[in-house]
Design a protein around this ligand. Structure first.
Ligand code: CA
Ligand code: CA
Length: 235
C-alpha cells in the first residue's frame, strides 16, 4: 500500500517537473570540459567535439605549467584543459591566430523555445591568461537550418587586463536568439600580439537556452513545445 502511494506520488512529481525541463534546456556541448582525450593531443589529433580549421594546430590538451610558467598550473575541472601553448605538443611553431569551433544542433526542447521567439542563450566557461602578449575571444554564432549566420554574441577581446592574472576567471556570455536559430557555433580563438607561444587556457564550457523575457511568453512557448514534440513523435 505504502509502496504504491510512493510510486503514484513520484509519478505525479515527475509530471510536475517535466515543464521545467522544457522551459530551459542545456546546450549539448561535446567535450566542453576537455576531459575526452589525452594530455598533449593537438587540435589536429583531433580534440573530440572540436574542429580547428587552420593549416597548423593551434590548440592542445594541457594540464599544468611545467613547460612554461605562463600557463595555468592546474585544470579548472578534471585532469585536462584546452591550451594554446604549443610547448605542450612539442610543436616548433604555431599560428598567430587560431580558432577552435563546435557546431551544436539545438535539442527539440530548445528548438521549441527558440521558435517561440523569446529565447536567450547563456554560455559560460573558465579562462586563464597571464601573458600580456596573448589575447582570447569566444564568440557564439546563431545559425538557421541552412547554416546561414543570423547573428552572434562575443566576449570581445579578453586579455590579462580584464581579470586577475593567475586565477581561472569565470566568464559568461548571454544574448537573445533569432527565432530561426536551429544550431549554434562556438568559436574559441587565440591571438598573439608578440612572442611565439599562445599562453591561453580554457576549461568547463557549458550552455543553456532559457525562455526570456516574460512568464506570459513562457506559457506560449510551452504550448509550442508540446505541439512540436507531438509532431516529431508522429514521424
Ligand atoms: Ca577540464
Ligand atoms: Ca605568449
Amino acid at each position: 500500500m505504502k509502496m504504491k502511494a510512493i510510486v503514484v506520488g513520484s509519478f505525479l512529481a515527475a509530471l510536475m517537473v517535466v515543464p521545467v525541463s522544457v522551459q530551459a534546456d542545456v546546450l549539448n556541448i561535446v567535450n566542453g570540459d576537455f576531459e575526452t582525450g589525452s594530455y598533449a593531443d593537438s587540435s589536429f589529433t583531433p580534440i573530440a567535439g572540436w574542429t580547428d580549421a587552420g593549416t597548423d594546430p593551434g590548440f592542445w590538451l594541457g594540464k599544468d605549467n611545467s613547460l612554461t610558467g605562463l600557463d595555468a598550473a592546474s585544470p579548472q575541472s578534471g585532469a585536462l584543459y584546452l591550451t594554446g601553448s604549443r610547448a605542450v605538443g612539442g610543436a616548433a611553431s604555431q599560428p598567430v591566430d587560431a580558432t577552435l569551433s563546435q557546431t551544436i544542433n539545438l535539442s527539440p526542447a530548445n528548438l521549441a523555445l527558440v521558435a517561440g521567439g523569446s529565447a536567450t542563450l547563456n554560455l559560460s566557461f573558465y579562462y586563464h591568461d597571464e601573458d600580456p602578449a596573448d589575447e582570447g575571444t569566444v564568440t557564439v554564432t546563431f545559425l538557421d537550418g541552412s547554416a546561414s549566420e543570423l547573428g552572434s554574441i562575443s566576449t570581445g577581446v579578453m586579455g590579462p587586463g580584464n581579470y586577475s592574472s593567475t586565477e581561472w576567471t569565470f566568464m559568461e556570455l548571454s544574448g537573445a536568439m533569432d527565432s530561426a536559430t536551429e544550431a549554434v557555433r562556438i568559436d574559441i580563438s587565440t591571438h598573439r600580439i608578440s612572442a611565439t607561444v599562445s599562453n591561453l587556457q580554457y576549461d568547463s564550457f557549458s550552455g543553456s537556452v532559457i525562455p526570456e523575457p516574460s512568464s506570459v511568453a513562457l506559457v506560449g512557448v510551452f504550448g509550442v513545445g508540446a505541439l512540436f514534440v507531438r509532431r516529431r513523435m508522429k514521424k
